[in-house]
Write a protein that binds this ligand. Structure first.
Ligand SMILES: [Fe+2]
Ligand SMILES: [Fe+2]
Length: 218
């Protein structure tokens, strides 16, 4: 009871997702065990893939490999929060929920993963937290690290088969341009925006700012 009163509002709201296993501070050890223990083994395997890809991309394009790997491990940890509760949890935590996220709560997982990275795994590196927070939609303020993690997630996607944009994206990377690779994926989404569940404003702003500087329209 004393312990419960001592917990702050964030901790109380996140109590169902506090780690059931001891955490060591080594993400490559902790994240898979945390996700496995909370019945998210599939996500654990995907996070391992993204962490590996992010570290490799970071090494090739001048980002910090350790930070990239950390963000890769953490980017989808909010899979532990059921989709049906994500709006309620985000609002309870004071995380801004955009209309597009109200309409498609699955997108909120990027913001909630950043919350869990900080609250459960003790991450206080703002750049790592931003890379986690932007990994689905990117963001007009995304730095190199965030772009690396964004691309790693698209290269090692969590769906069946090869991503349809992968060959074009690989060609852009082989040509040495991380930004061009980012625009391959954002352009792929933009061409299909009428069919998307929602057009997230961060994605639209990133596309228009990075890929269509002369006249893109969200
Ligand atoms: Fe994700
Ligand atoms: Fe992912």
């Amino acid at each position: 009871m004393v312990y419960w009163r001592a917990m702050n509002a964030r901790d109380r709201l996140l109590a169902p997702w506090h780690s059931p296993v001891p955490l060591t501070g080594v993400l490559a050890f902790d994240v898979p065990r945390y996700l496995d223990a909370l019945s998210c083994a599939f996500t654990a395997a995907h996070c391992a893939d993204v962490a590996e890809e992010a570290r490799a991309l970071a090494g090739s394009y001048g980002a910090d490999p350790a930070r990239a790997e950390a963000a890769g491990w953490l980017h989808d940890v909010s899979a532990v929060i059921p989709r049906a509760r994500r709006i309620e949890i985000a609002q309870g935590l004071g995380v801004p929920v955009l209309p597009e996220e109200q309409a498609a709560p699955v997108i909120l997982h990027q913001k909630l993963s950043a919350v869990l990275a900080e609250a459960i795994f003790g991450i206080d590196d703002a750049r790592v937290l931003d890379a986690v927070r932007y990994h689905t939609t990117l963001h007009p303020d995304a730095d190199l690290l965030a772009k690396v993690v964004f691309l790693a997630d698209k290269i090692r996607w969590d769906q069946v088969g090869q991503p349809p944009y992968l060959d074009d994206l690989a060609r852009a990377l082989e040509a040495g341009s991380l930004d061009a690779a980012v625009c391959v994926y954002l352009g792929f989404l933009w061409e299909r925006r009428a069919a998307l569940m929602v057009v997230h404003p961060w994605m639209a702003a990133a596309y228009c700012g990075l890929c269509e500087p002369a006249g893109g329209r969200p």
